[in-house]
Design a protein around this ligand. Structure first.
Ligand code: FAD
Length: 484
């Protein structure tokens, strides 16, 4: 690694590429960029660089190679697995200035965007043509298309519309050595190896996307949204299974528990009833005729499973209020504890009730308050472990409980992550899902893209070496894991 003097020289050179004000090295700035929304692990970058276009990205990457320093792409830093955290130091390469929607083609139903465009800005640009960008992470007002692509983000409407990978047609891509290439194209048809499929979800470890061609979806003719309360999560979970078993594919089915419900109500005062064990939101969309008949099937499934106060939104304002219960939930946890560790396990939907009961027992075992948000329709669970980062004993219990919950998900036939990625958060758990041989194959793919190993190092793959040996900055997770 370069000495302090070298960093000064690098900063000067970077300023000639991106302009004086787009290179940050003030200690306060470096602290701000020391983690993403997974705040347990922090590691400061040595420099922060904000390029304004693809050409500048190329020059920054070439310079990093020349000086042999790591670089880590970053969008809005809302990631929940530490993907943008500079665990080996080096350059935090922030794409958020590249935020233009370059074109919308309503006839082809595609748009071309710079990767720093926020998710919701794409749908706003498409709205005047009656179109939208379907992936809708709850972070959509902040998170960038580049981050969505790198994490293969999902959202409440993934149930019907799929993940980000289903809506990306092509990317312009800067390889880790600074070569510019393109993957995919402008249509859904692809020939040969599915390189684009490999890039989406690669968590910034194979290179940097700078532009994306996205598939747009027509705004549905009719949307019906309802909420219902249940006395337990298990009853809500059964209603979800029954709706799917009845042959209905809602646009979204989202459930929150009573802890979350109370936090949301205390924060936003929207008139939710907090005496119930669970709240379920179901959204139907499509042609008007079809969804009216679906509504009565959904109503029957809810009633059969003991739902009370079933309310169908009368207008858009009421619909938005219902969604606030779900989309504002993470922010509301601040009412309960200063820190929330959001897990992202996946289970087969049919095992939902079983998983709910077992997660509760894990919370009791470790004496932790666990709030729950579920993308119930696709079995993607977000148990949120609420804690205080300064309480070392509590942090240790959080890490142990988190590990046990992920192992539970895998044991039930599911997996480690539905949409937040592996990053540093789940890297140590990868061997619970993959054999050493499978991991070696994956690593050889990484190496064939990034032979020098400077592009977002220290992510996804379990690192058996100590921090000192690997060059990794000491992370709370690794230190505590070693002392457990
Ligand atoms: C309140 C809240 C709610 C959330 N809800 C959801 C949800 O519903 N669904 C969901 O899927 N996620 C959700 N997330 C997680 C997060 O918002 C997503 O993972 C999002 O896609 C990250 O985008 P970002 O721009 O913040 O990326 P960052 O956090 O900056 O980066 C994420 C990863 O992408 C890489 N990266 C970023 N830009 C590029 C690029 N241009 N090229 C290559 N690699 C790049 C980074 O290196 C890193 O590995 C939520 C997070 C929060 C805080």
């Amino acid at each position: 690694m370069p000495t302090k003097t070298d960093w000064h020289a690098i900063a000067q050179e970077l300023k000639t590429i991106v302009g004086e004000r787009n290179v940050l090295d003030d200690p306060v700035d470096l602290s701000i960029y020391d983690c993403d929304a997974e705040t347990l692990d922090q590691a400061k970058p040595d420099l922060i660089v904000l390029p304004g276009n693809s050409r500048e990205v190329v020059e920054v990457v070439r310079l990093a190679n020349r000086y042999q320093v790591p670089f880590t792409p970053r969008g809005a830093g809302t990631g929940l697995s530490g993907g943008a955290t500079t665990v080996m130091g080096g350059i935090s390469l922030v794409l958020s200035r590249m935020n233009r929607v370059l074109s919308v083609d309503p006839e082809e139903m595609v748009c071309v965007v710079e990767v720093g465009a926020t998710n919701s800005s794409v749908s706003r640009a498409a709205a005047k043509y009656g179109l939208l960008f379907a992936p809708d992470p709850s972070s959509q007002n902040a998170s960038t298309i580049g981050g969505n692509i790198a994490e293969n983000a999902g959202g409440p409407h993934t149930l019907k519309y799929g993940m980000t990978t289903d809506h990306v047609l092509g990317v312009k891509f800067v390889m880790p050595d600074g070569e510019v290439t393109a993957f995919g194209g402008t249509t859904v048809c692809r020939l040969g190896f599915d390189w684009l499929g490999l890039i989406v979800g690669s968590e910034g470890t194979l290179g940097i996307a700078t532009e994306a061609t996205l598939r747009l979806t027509p705004v549905p003719q009719k949307v019906l949204t309802m909420l219902a309360y249940f006395s337990s999560l298990e009853m809500g979970g059964q209603a979800v299974s029954d709706i799917v078993a009845a042959g209905i594919l809602p646009a979204a089915m989202e459930m929150i528990d009573q802890v979350t419900l109370k936090a949301v109500e205390e924060t936003y005062h929207l008139g939710f009833e907090t005496a119930h064990g669970a709240l379920l939101i179901v959204e139907l969309d499509g042609p008007e005729l079809g969804i009216v008949s679906q509504r009565s099937v959904v109503q029957r499934c809810l009633e059969k499973n003991g739902a009370v106060h079933i309310t169908w939104a009368k207008d858009d304002a009421e619909r938005k209020r219902m969604w606030q219960a779900r989309k504002g939930a993470f922010g509301a946890y601040g009412k309960i504890a200063p820190h929330a560790y959001v897990l992202d396990g996946v289970i087969p939907r049919s095992r939902l009730s079983e998983a709910i009961g077992k997660i509760r027992l894990i919370g009791e075992k470790y004496n932790l308050l666990i709030a729950n948000i579920y993308h119930a329709g696709d079995g993607n669970l977000h148990p949120c472990l609420l804690y205080h980062r300064d309480n070392t004993d509590e942090v240790k219990r959080v890490l142990s409980a988190a590990r046990e919950i992920l192992q539970l998900c895998v044991g039930l036939g599911g997996t480690l992550s539905g949409e937040h990625g592996i990053g540093i958060e789940k890297a140590l758990e990868m061997p619970t899902v993959f054999t050493p041989e499978e991991l070696a194959v994956m690593f050889s793919v990484k190496r064939s893209f990034d032979s020098a190993g400077f592009c977002n190092p220290g992510k996804i793959f379990p690192n058996p070496k100590s921090c000192g040996e690997s060059g990794m900055r000491p992370l709370a997770r690794l230190k505590l894991a070693a002392s457990c």
